[in-house]
Design a protein around this ligand. Structure first.
Ligand SMILES: NC(=O)C1=CN([C@@H]2O[C@H](COP(=O)(O)OP(=O)(O)OC[C@H]3O[C@@H](n4cnc5c(N)ncnc54)[C@H](OP(=O)(O)O)[C@@H]3O)[C@@H](O)[C@H]2O)C=CC1
Ligand SMILES: O=C(O)CCC(=O)C(=O)O
Length: 442
């Protein structure tokens, strides 16, 4: 018996794409990071009511600074790196967001990352706008001394626009407490006083916050566990696949493991490992530290990069870079739930395909908001010079993530849209309300 296929199930905020019906010159996989963000704004606009009058505000970064970063290398030569700091929006408070070191950093990428910070900070109701920075360099190619000189020169160059009340950088890919200490010290030297509040993610000994190291992964766990509850997916024994085993991916994998889930696959730059029986993330981390690679981990088999996407799992956590889930692999994904630890890992066309497949996506602007939430705690602690216990921090983080997840899920249900559009509805409304109330003229 033949049956007529059901029409594709699309939410009102979605467009229909399929790899087969798109001319190659319109290949949605080629979309740039800022175009992805603009597409997401396009989708939310019909839900903004009268505030749609102000929507152009969301499409244009407020301020972009491109800097040349010249440094002496260890061999005596001078190298020039291109650096960026983008303040996408400051309607709700100072710009806030990390600094990325990577060989593929572009202005479009930093613009998108800064815009996602605007949405993320508003989504969890932090009193911040959105900012992001980056330097195009592969940190693996440089010594610690060279990286320190790059960081200090970059900090001085962007010193024009950063500051505890203006724009507060933090860690992102390939940066961490070490770089934040250098940034804090350089900024402090330049302004003639110790300004701990200029960056977050610092070492605890320099005004950093307990709990910031694990905060993003912990938030991914809390948002993921909430989503699993909604979907009726038990945490105990749930199979987790993680792409990226750095600050976010490692912590998320470890915390899921501690709560009874089973990490079955890990992918990083060096390759992919899989174990049906489960991988202990602590053992994987020791192996990575000892050998420099996730490959060769005892009890695992090696998979190709592409096969990572097809592993049997319940929850997939992309925690590496943008544009990892595309039309080339979304069809292979077996997970029922994707929790976006990374920023921008899913292109809009793949988002739609996943929706058609019945896969729930907890979007980056909610799922990975735990990091900036504890950064906010750090900033508040630095201002008051009064520091909280790790338990207090974790309890407050968990509560903010849980409450945000539950109220945003309700918005999704009410409008019948994806969770991503629901988050954008709430966040963009908050940003544009602030814009409208502030008005335009000095
Ligand atoms: N740090 C934070 O607090 C926050 C980070 N994020 C986002 O999370 C993501 C990861 O950041 P973070 O964990 O800090 O960065 P890290 O530099 O700590 O780790 C990045 C990880 O991704 C891996 N990776 C890089 N490229 C690829 C690739 N092409 N395929 C597979 N794995 C890859 C790296 O592998 P290798 O080590 O081998 O290079 C590493 O394991 C980014 O999108 C970032 O913007 C979001 C919110 C906050
Ligand atoms: O902690 C912060 O301020 C920002 C972290 C970040 O860059 C992000 O959430 O993408």
């Amino acid at each position: 018996m033949t049956t007529t296929p059901e029409p594709a199930r699309l939410a009102p905020d979605q467009k229909k794409y399929g790899a087969h019906d798109i001319p190659s010159y319109l290949d949605p996989n080629n979309i740039g990071p800022y175009e992805i963000y603009l597409e997401q704004v396009e989708r939310v606009t019909p839900y903004l009511g009268k505030l749609a009058y102000w929507v152009e505000t969301l499409k244009r970064p407020k301020r972009i600074l491109v800097v040349d970063v010249p440094v002496h290398l260890d061999d005596g030569s001078v190298a020039h790196f291109e650096g960026y700091r983008v303040q996408h929006n400051t309607s709700r408070g100072p710009a806030k967001g990390g600094v990325r070191y990577h060989q593929d950093v572009t202005l479009s990428e930093v613009m998108a990352l800064s815009a996602w910070m605007t949405v993320k900070n508003a989504a969890v109701n932090l009193p911040y706008g959105g900012g992001k920075g980056g330097i195009r360099l592969d940190p693996r190619q440089y010594s610690q001394g060279e990286l320190e000189r790059v960081t200090r020169r970059y900090t001085s160059e962007i010193g024009l626009i950063i500051g505890p009340e203006k724009d507060i950088p933090a860690p992102d890919v390939n940066t961490g407490p070490r770089e934040m200490a250098w940034m804090m010290d350089t900024y402090s030297m330049n302004v003639g006083r110790t300004a701990t509040g200029v960056v977050t993610g610092k070492p605890v000994a320099l005004g950093g916050s307990l709990g910031r190291g694990d905060a993003t992964g912990r938030g991914v766990f809390v948002a993921g566990a909430e989503a699993m509850q909604k979907l009726g997916l038990p945490l105990e024994g749930a199979r987790i696949a993680v792409q990226g085993f750095g600050n976010v991916g490692e912590a998320a994998a470890r915390i899921f493991h501690e709560h009874g889930a089973k990490v079955v696959a890990i992918q990083d730059v060096t390759g992919t490992v899989y174990s049906e029986a489960g991988i202990n993330p602590a053992v994987a981390l020791s192996h990575l530290r000892a050998t420099g690679s996730i490959l060769g981990l005892g009890g695992t088999e090696e998979l190709t990069r592409e096969d990572f996407w097809g592993v049997p799992c319940d929850v997939l956590i992309p925690a590496a870079l943008e544009k990892q889930i595309t039309l080339a692999n979304a069809g292979r994904i077996q997970a029922r739930l994707i929790v976006e630890g990374a920023n921008g890992p899913t292109i809009p066309a793949a988002d739609d395909l996943l929706f058609e497949k019945g896969v729930t996506v907890v979007p980056d602007v909610l799922a990975n908001a735990g990091g900036v939430t504890v950064s906010y705690f750090e900033w508040v602690q630095d201002f008051s010079s009064y520091f909280w216990t790790e338990d207090q921090i974790n309890e407050r983080l968990d509560r903010i993530m849980r409450d945000a997840f539950r109220s945003l899920w309700d918005v999704k249900e009410r409008h019948g849209v994806t969770l991503r559009t629901a988050v954008y509805i709430v966040a963009c409304t908050r940003v544009l309300e602030a814009r409208a109330l502030r008005g335009l003229y000095p």
